[in-house]
Design a protein around this ligand. Structure first.
Ligand code: NIG
Ligand code: FE
Length: 389
């Protein structure tokens, strides 16, 4: 396969300190990149660029690693715009609306769900995302959870079994039975299509799961070879973070309500468990934003993701998330960009995405701007797109 030289890069973010400057973003001005066989083959200053038959001039734009959206729920039908409107008028979110999406998703055919997935993934890519994790969780039967994951697998390897999303209405007085179903036959049917298992651990919602129930599902998932992820501390202080850290989960997501002990536990576990912040959720549920600044200052490894779903965050836009993290959670633009790239890759325990060092997957995102700073500086303006090579 031919090598392609990408030149005319006003600013390159490599996320490899030393490859560019010594900062975590490894910044290089006036740079060039050679891509071969889908990998980064060379990175350096334009003045040292090698000869390549195939050249593309990016016209003085900035290039960053493709965004890694490590948390989404893209397999669903229908929408919940009325629920959103009610929330904006003061109604609280408790997860109860998930059953509306479960009904719509079960009723949709494979072709329809595949079509919706393709549209959403194209939307993500058009805004600079090159890797996306996709959860099930709107099927909630053995058949429908397996179907949702099979369809998600057509689009990404980063698929997550979330049978323990909410308790289905027909199990309302049979919690234990549902947990057994999820950890038994449902997991068995889903594991072949999943890399991860996740649980909505939230004692503040009757719809979600307590720590003891979450543990059963997570331990069963681990025994089936899946990596662990947790929805935790979204609606109030709770056991999600401690459980995730104790079980060595790759990430605990939301982290909206954290105690000092939670922050300490996350900081001590920074080599294992990433705190994934989802500010699109606080935006769309009118919740307080978590103190991202305090987490970083405490040494916690932070990722940012969209959580794209029809209930709490119907956005596919990582630039939107990044702008919220800067404005509302007091991350610097550099920290937010790292969290949306290197942080997401760490949350997915993946070494060859989230940076543009030699050997990395050639996932490049081009900005119609001279610097990455414009991502947060120009909110709502579609400046980022994944580069098609
Ligand atoms: O990550 N918290 C649980 N699950 C989703 C919301 C799903 C929904 O409301 O449809 C979340 O916020
Ligand atoms: Fe989620």
């Amino acid at each position: 396969m031919t090598a392609t030289l990408l030149t005319g890069i006003a600013e390159l973010v490599t996320n490899q300190p030393g490859l560019g400057d010594q900062s975590p973003l490894g910044l290089l001005s006036d740079a060039a990149v050679v891509v071969q066989d889908g990998r980064v083959a060379w990175v350096g200053p334009r003045t040292a660029e090698p000869d390549c038959d195939d050249r593309r001039d990016l016209g003085g734009r900035a290039v960053v690693p493709g965004f890694v959206d490590s948390h989404s729920h893209l397999v669903f039908a229908g929408d919940r715009s009325a629920e959103f409107a009610a929330r904006m008028a003061g109604k609280a979110y408790d997860g109860g609306g998930i059953s509306t999406t479960v009904r719509a998703t079960r009723a949709a055919g494979d072709g329809e769900l595949r079509r919706l997935l393709a549209i959403r993934i194209a939307e993500l890519r058009a805004q600079g995302t090159t890797t996306v994790e996709v959860k099930s969780g709107y099927g909630l039967t053995v058949e429908h959870e397996a179907r949702c994951l099979r369809l998600a697998r057509e689009f990404t390897d980063e698929t997550t079994f979330l049978g323990a999303h909410v308790l289905p209405a027909d199990f309302a007085r049979r919690r234990e039975e549902y947990v057994e179903l999820v950890a038994g036959p449902m997991l068995a049917a889903c594991a072949p299509y999943a890399r991860w298992v996740d649980v909505f651990c939230e004692p503040h919602s009757d719809h979600a799961f307590r720590a003891d129930e979450a543990r059963v599902v997570l331990e069963a998932g681990r025994a089936s070879g899946l990596g662990l992820r947790v929805h935790g501390n979204q609606l109030g202080p709770g056991p999600g973070v401690q459980l995730a850290v104790e079980l060595g989960a790759a990430s605990v997501d939301h982290c909206t309500y954290l105690s000092e002990q939670d922050v300490d536990a996350l900081s001590a576990a920074r080599d294992t468990t990433v705190a994934t912040l989802l500010p699109g959720v606080e935006f769309s549920t009118r919740s307080p934003y978590p103190d991202g600044r305090a987490l970083l200052d405490a040494g916690v490894l932070v990722a940012l993701a969209t959580d794209c779903n029809p209930g709490t965050s119907y956005s596919t836009s990582m630039p939107f998330v990044l702008a919220l993290a800067v404005r509302e959670m007091h991350l610097t633009p550099a920290e937010a960009l790292w969290a949306a790239t290197g942080g997401g890759a760490t949350a997915l325990r993946s070494n060859d995405i989230g940076h543009l060092g030699v050997g990395a997957q050639a996932d490049l995102t081009v900005l119609d701007a001279p610097s990455y700073l414009h991502l947060a500086y120009r909110p709502g303006v579609p400046i980022a797109r994944a580069l098609d090579l």
